[in-house]
Design a protein around this ligand. Structure first.
Ligand SMILES: C[S@@+](CC[C@H](N)C(=O)[O-])C[C@H]1O[C@@H](n2cnc3c(N)ncnc32)[C@H](O)[C@@H]1O
Length: 209
């Protein structure tokens, strides 16, 4: 699992290496731009809302929202990623924090219309993801949404097929969510909707019941 130092080292080349993998339609970033566009378009349906981005990285997605007047709060544990994002979004609240250790107190009593995370939530185990959603959901406004775009699969069979195909490159430290399994675990408390974007990516939208 990459720690904050690993992400610091990746920060300057991040956008370039993601683009390369995306353009070649390769795991893990096949569908990356479409995932970010899907999340972006969902948020754009509501004007100038409050957005919390978990693991915002170089701010590729949130910068577009920031430039359109959205209020951005972000959590990331890589100093170098934060520095790059801060240059693009000087007025955003960007917090250096390890999200596997719950939430920073700066988040306080804030309410968010959207809590998003793209290509970061796979750093939590599946059980941690569920607990994290339970921690985040009280921060939503009444009609608020949690939106996770990531390497992910509708079924475990789909994940296994992808793992076989990209065996050589498969990152054993990352835990990709399976939409069916997440929905089964969350169904009593939340509405869940999964949109498959590429053979190895999709977007899960979670709303309070
Ligand atoms: C692959 S990048 C994704 C960046 C961006 N969201 C995107 O879609 O391009 C993952 C980001 O999550 C951050 N991250 C990973 N694990 C984290 C953790 N436990 N706490 C805080 N940030 C974390 C990394 O520093 C990095 O910026």
């Amino acid at each position: 699992m990459l720690d904050s130092t690993g992400f610091d080292l990746w920060a300057n080349d991040y956008d370039k290496s993601v683009n390369l993998s995306e353009e070649n339609n390769e795991y893990p970033f096949a569908g990356y731009k479409d995932v970010l566009n899907y999340v972006y378009n969902q948020i754009r349906e509501k004007n100038k809302t409050n957005v919390l981005d978990i693991g915002f990285g170089t701010g590729i997605l949130t910068t577009q929202l920031y430039n359109n007047g959205y209020s951005i709060t972000g959590i990331d544990f890589s100093n170098n990623m934060i520095e790059i994002a801060r240059m693009k979004m000087p007025q955003a609240t960007l917090i250096n924090w390890d999200f596997s250790n719950s939430l920073p107190k700066e988040i306080g009593e804030n309410n968010f219309d959207f809590i998003i995370s793209t290509y970061a939530i796979h750093h939590l185990t599946n059980e941690e993801k569920i607990n994290f959603i339970r921690l985040l959901s009280p921060l939503l406004t009444k009609t608020g949404k949690i939106i996770f775009g990531d390497v992910s699969f509708k079924t475990r069979e789909e994940l296994e097929r992808c793992r076989e195909r990209f065996n050589e490159y498969w990152d054993k430290d990352e835990v990709y969510f399976i939409a069916e399994e997440m929905s089964r675990n969350l169904n009593d408390e939340y509405f869940c909707e999964y949109i498959k974007i590429s053979y190895c990516a999709g977007v899960l939208t979670i709303t309070n019941r």
